[in-house]
Design a protein around this ligand. Sequence first.
Ligand SMILES: Cc1cc2nc3c(=O)[nH]c(=O)nc-3n(C[C@H](O)[C@H](O)[C@H](O)COP(=O)(O)OP(=O)(O)OC[C@H]3O[C@@H](n4cnc5c(N)ncnc54)[C@H](O)[C@@H]3O)c2cc1C
Length: 482
Amino acid sequence: MLVKTVLLLFFVSFGVCDPSVVIIGAGASGIAAATRLLKNGITNITILEAEDRIGGRVYSVRFADGVVDLGAEWCHGDKDNIVYDMVKDLNILQHAQQFYPEIYHSKFKRLDQDFSNALVDTFNKLIGESKKSVSVGERLIARYEQAIVQWKNDPSVYALAREAITFFEVYVIGNKGAFSWFDVADDDDYSEGNLLFHWNGHGYKTILDLLMQKYPGESKSLPIDDKVLLNKEVHQITWGSKQAVIKCTDGSNYAADHVIVTVSLGVLKHQHHTLFQPKLPSDKVQAIEQLGIAAVHKVILRFPQRWWNDSYTGTSFLWDKDDIKHISFGEGPVKDGVSWLTSVSVLLPVEHNPNVIEAWFVGHFVPEVERCPDEVVINGVMYLLDYFGMVVAETTTRPDAIIRNNWYTNPHFRGTYSFQTPRTRRGQYSDEVILSEPLGYNAQKPNLLFAGEASSPTHYSKVHGAIEAGFREADRIIKMYK
Ligand SMILES: Cc1cc2nc3c(=O)[nH]c(=O)nc-3n(C[C@H](O)[C@H](O)[C@H](O)COP(=O)(O)OP(=O)(O)OC[C@H]3O[C@@H](n4cnc5c(N)ncnc54)[C@H](O)[C@@H]3O)c2cc1C
């Protein structure tokens, strides 16, 4: 192994084989691929990034008294997780609490915590019994009555438990980033370990610094900054002959022996028919079309004064079915008589940022909420706090700062994270596997390769899936020159 690596470094350094590689996208996947190539002596790399920053959906910024993550926030799972493995001995990650939110009801206000916890346990049990080829929505609706039979003897509690199905619907669409729970495969290929971690106030971008060897010190950093070209939106990749040609919207062209495409599934869905010349084969197109991506909208708010205490783990909202139709809040979008405010799934405190709360908007209102002015969003959240009885008179002051990112309406993302739909796994291979297959006129040295979170067979949707996929495609190129 060592001999092979030394030989590769030798050949590369003497120009015997110095493949040129263009990576499209400087998100976690693109950065991971570049670092892997560089460490293996492949240095003729260009990373074309459409935005004016690196990181993609990893986007940590300073806000209020600390750092907030507009995109990825938690490291999901301690098993088979490349992010966890990279940082576990560095004392950076901190175990996040199991999420048992306070549930507030639009009529009854704060629900008894034991009842709330029992509801969440019931739901977790239900989720664990997944079934092939149906949607989560179909199966949970079919199973729900039976799952809440424990409360049948108490009519008022039973009625409340029945209503809580909408609460679970909102949870599922937020977790999967879908617009409807009928779009989400019930039995999917995603797997993760049990534990959840946050970045202890440093932000998820720490992983990019680690990949680029800028953390903890910069002395051994890899020259990624020299390889990245920002504000370079690619609009066509011609891949049918030996060298691929990449055209950008600013008129610049790049030739490469290999292209690694890391753009999101949302971008691929929207652009595959014009982005690739020749067009992608039908199985690839089908995979892109069958996989799912929609969005959540995370709104981060700074309150001048905290109205929550240190033990606060967050609030979820349960709407009485009559209240849903009778919200008198006059601003923002309304569909079929239902206000956008019903799309807030949860409020969460932000670790190491004492005055900050994040509100998650989920479901089909997200594109419109992204377009709402900040003032309207703040007014809406304040109305919600009041409506659900969470306002504690003078202590609940209005937020004085807000930050959010429009992942769905930004053409460089068109969604937050991918999910499997019931159609995704009907064939022998999952659509992620089909998406990850390389293409090119030379089967031994394919020139069009696909990375990005949506191409990870079991860790799609997450940063660790994106990094794995970037490494996978870099390794594919490295092997071609051994
Ligand atoms: C709100 C939110 C919350 C999330 N929470 C978590 C979480 O807690 N934990 C977790 O693990 N994951 C989370 N994720 C998902 C995670 O962020 C992504 O899975 C991961 O960052 C994807 O990385 P990527 O490199 O595959 O794609 P991206 O980060 O999307 O990188 C692709 C890059 O390609 C660029 N690009 C697009 N089109 C073009 C073009 N035409 N030309 C050139 N460049 C282009 C984009 O600008 C982008 O920088 C979250 C995501 C969001 C948005």
